[in-house]
Design a protein around this ligand. Structure first.
Ligand SMILES: Cc1cc2nc3c(=O)[nH]c(=O)nc-3n(C[C@H](O)[C@H](O)[C@H](O)COP(=O)(O)OP(=O)(O)OC[C@H]3O[C@@H](n4cnc5c(N)ncnc54)[C@H](O)[C@@H]3O)c2cc1C
Length: 399
């Protein structure tokens, strides 16, 4: 991935980025292509699948936000996180999400400082894989749109309820098949509803081990794009969790959904700014190689001008996503910035991938070339972490 170096990263950070670039090019991209080609999504998570070793290798790199914290000034860390995330997205959108989500619940554990949770999940040799379980079978947009009127309505009944019984929470219900990493996760940041009549506003975040009695999983989802990212339902049948695991309670829940969405959407912006670049680069390379009318097609004015428009969009996406991360200063940015980044960068990734496919002509439609996969992966992102239309309503509520 050839990029102009810009201010913001010192020598140490650039060294970290180089390591990530090698990992992205040599490990993530080939594994993503291999997993995407599997007809049965169960094979993606089967014993011996390269998905498992990829997670191990990524953990060993120690380049997630929590591991990097304290090594750099916040602004430099924010820029480094943006560049690392773009680089992983450039390699494979779905795997970039899988690797990032695996460590996501750690943020909540780090906030609580609970000794038992810290020992199990934050120790250096922990090989736990996490997931963020918020979407429910009957509630997709509902579960994220905290700015909308349904949020506090008691008659909107959530699907996953926690009830306090002595010093344990008892959890019943389901989370939707869309939970990223659910088929492989060992624990979840479970965004559930605490028994009561406050609707979604009366929720909590419960660190829920997924090896407890009463936890079961649904089928591994078979989908159009991001096929390397495992997704599937989680079911809870009288699952008992220690009271201390409810790390966020009702009073802080709405604010926590906002902060979490702000962080997740900022990372989505960077991931898909990276994937947009991958699509553009593939088209550029092809256009220099493919000869029509006796010359490489890039020499036809119309093709050159189309490539230039793609280049401008890719650079705009990179600028917005990096600026958003910088505004967050290594924390969650204000949510309307994160949503602007997520919606713009995912739309850009899809538009650029679609235009890139057109530049490939018929070849673009075949699995011999990388672009149809990139387009499918980008398409999923316009729904992932909130449909772009609904996110725009939430972002708009902050203007
Ligand atoms: C690749 C991928 C990864 C994902 N990862 C996770 C994950 O890790 N964890 C997790 O919990 N979930 C995850 N999701 C779920 C994702 O967040 C939801 O799919 C998303 O919130 C939309 O919900 P839905 O699919 O039920 O669509 P619905 O909410 O049913 O929406 C259907 C349509 O109605 C529109 N709509 C809905 N409500 C409104 C409204 N109030 N105003 C205007 N329009 C509206 C939407 O824009 C959309 O076009 C993932 C999804 C995908 C595709």
């Amino acid at each position: 991935m050839t990029q102009v170096n810009e201010a913001g990263l010192g020598a140490d950070a650039l060294e970290v980025l180089k390591v990530v670039e090698r990992f992205a090019r040599d490990e993530v991209r080939p594994v993503g292509m291999q997993l995407d080609a599997l007809a049965d999504p169960d094979e993606v998570i089967a014993a011996g699948s390269p998905l498992w070793t990829l997670h191990d290798k990524y953990r060993a790199l120690g380049v997630d936000s929590l591991s990097l914290a304290g090594s750099f000034e916040p602004a430099e860390q924010a820029m480094l996180s943006a560049r690392i995330t773009e680089t992983l997205g450039w390699a494979d959108g779905g795997l970039a999400v899988s690797l990032a989500v695996a460590g996501f619940p750690k943020f909540f554990i780090a906030l609580t400082g609970d000794p038992k949770l810290t020992e199990r999940y934050l120790s250096a040799d922990s090989s736990e894989i996490g997931c963020w379980a918020i979407t429910e079978p009957d509630h997709g947009s509902d579960s994220l749109a905290f700015s909308e009127p349904h949020w506090t309505r008691p008659e909107v009944r959530p699907n996953c309820i926690a009830r306090l019984d002595g010093d344990e929470w008892v959890i019943n219900g389901s989370k939707a098949a869309w939970v990223s990493n659910a088929p492989v996760a060992t624990y979840a940041a479970l965004f559930c509803t605490i028994d009561g009549d406050e609707g979604f506003a009366g929720g909590g975040v419960c660190i829920t081990p997924l090896d407890l009695p009463g936890v079961s999983r649904g089928k591994n989802l078979n989908k159009l794009g991001q096929r390397a990212l495992p997704q599937g339902e989680l079911h809870f049948d009288d699952v008992r969790v220690p009271a201390a695991n409810m790390v966020i309670g009702k009073p802080m829940y709405s604010m926590t959904v906002e902060m979490t969405l702000a962080l997740a959407n900022a990372f989505m912006g960077s991931t898909f700014a990276g994937l947009a670049r991958a699509a553009y680069e593939a088209a550029l390379e092809y256009a220099k190689d493919r000869v029509q009318g006796g010359v490489p097609i890039i020499q036809h004015q119309n093709v050159r001008s189309r490539l230039f428009k793609m280049f401008a969009k890719v650079e705009a996406a990179a600028s917005l996503s990096r600026r958003t991360m910088l505004i967050g200063n290594a924390g969650p940015p204000p949510i309307h910035y994160s949503i602007a980044s997520k919606t713009y960068c995912t739309t850009t990734a899809f538009e650029v991938a679609s235009e890139a496919l057109q530049i490939f002509g018929g070849n673009g439609l075949t699995k011999e070339y990388p672009i149809e996969k990139i387009m499918r992966d980008a398409r999923a992102a316009m729904i992932e972490d909130g449909c772009n239309e609904m996110l725009s309503l939430v972002g708009g509520s902050k203007l």
